[in-house]
Write a protein that binds this ligand. Structure first.
Ligand code: FAD
Length: 291
């Protein structure tokens, strides 16, 4: 089923999940059994990330295993990075063969050492160009994909300011994106303000909050460095006060996430997207408390 139809047909908010294909060494059965406990909370789809390296289980293997085992909709991520237009059309053909009707269209990051993103010859420079390419794609059976794109409540790190970044987000929606999933954030006020600014800029598609439970002390530095996001002082100071007590930090992150999700649900969000990043236990506890 298409995500745009799930969003328009759902009477109440629902969870969705994001899985990173594990590093080689894990079996498909291990992956499936890690995700299985989350299924009882009714996620409507599972996103499967895409990576330039080949150190991971293949994205198609992960998508196929999740579809076979749980009969769930999957949303593979598809990247401009490293791909020509022909490569993208080949990917779409392969997804269609698998019965997949959804993709999340992303630019991807620069290679390490690159100062700015450089598309391969015949590739796409921006996610909006990729969205346009996917919209123009028609399989022999006339397959049309539902397309999601990324949004950044705290601004994409390359953008000169949030307003310009939102104007660029609008280009993705104008090119044919059906909905937006946000970068993770720990302060709901940033998300509400972002949604307001998007609406003022004429972006009228669903904007789904992306959430991850904070879980370990090293994330105080790692998450801001990796995702260009802030950790609110109330959360960082509580984590710092917990010192080496890993269990306490885990509980602090969990309680913060539950508080965030309950507040988002009370504000009428259409859905909440959970980044699992290889940890499903804490996401399961949040789902149990909130859905
Ligand atoms: P774009 O929308 O192209 O934006 C990138 C930058 O270019 C922004 O600063 C934007 O303001 C600017 N820009 C956009 N259009 C224009 C234009 N026409 N002219 C000038 N400037 C423009 N990365 C992965 O490698 N694999 C994944 O699976 C993956 N999944 C993700 C899932 C989500 C929900 C999110 C939020 C991010 C994900 N990423 C993933 C990270 C993403 O690839 C990076 O954040 C990347 O740097 C930007 O991708 P984008 O699609 O937002 O790019």
């Amino acid at each position: 089923m298409k995500i745009c139809d799930i969003l328009s047909g759902s009477a109440k908010p629902f969870p969705s999940l994001e899985i990173v294909p594990p590093l080689n060494g894990m079996t498909v059965d291990e992956l499936v059994s890690r995700v299985e406990p989350l299924m009882e909370f009714g996620p409507k789809y599972v996103n499967v990330t895409r990576h330039r390296d080949d150190l991971r289980m293949s994205q198609k293997t992960v998508c196929g295993a999740l579809m076979d085992r749980f009969g769930i909709n999957v949303v593979p991520h598809i990247l401009c990075a490293g791909a020509t237009g022909d490569d993208i059309r080949g990917e779409l053909d392969a997804f269609k063969e698998m019965g997949i009707e959804n993709v999340l269209a992303l630019r991807g990051d620069c290679l390490s050492g690159e100062k700015r993103f450089v598309p391969v010859p015949g590739g796409y420079a921006h996610a909006s160009d990729l969205v346009r390419g996917i919209r123009e794609y028609r399989s022999s059976e006339g397959t049309v994909y539902s397309i999601g794109v990324a949004g950044y409540p705290e601004k994409h790190f390359e953008a000169p300011n949030l307003r310009t970044d939102i104007e660029n987000l609008r280009k993705k929606v104008d090119a044919g994106a059906d909905y937006v999933i946000t970068q993770l954030f720990f302060d709901n006020a940033l998300y509400y303000s972002f949604v307001d600014k998007c609406r003022q800029a004429g972006i009228d598609v669903p904007i789904i909050p992306g959430i991850k439970p904070f879980s370990s002390a090293n994330q105080l530095n790692l998450l801001p460095q990796t995702f260009s996001i802030d950790i609110p002082y109330d959360l960082s100071s509580e984590v710092t006060r917990a010192g080496e007590d890993r269990e306490r930090i885990y509980r602090i992150g969990l309680e913060w996430c539950i508080m965030q999700c309950r507040d988002l649900l009370s504000h009428g969000v259409p859905a909440i997207h959970f980044y699992t990043m290889g940890r499903t236990g804490n996401v399961g506890e949040v789902l149990k408390a909130c859905f």
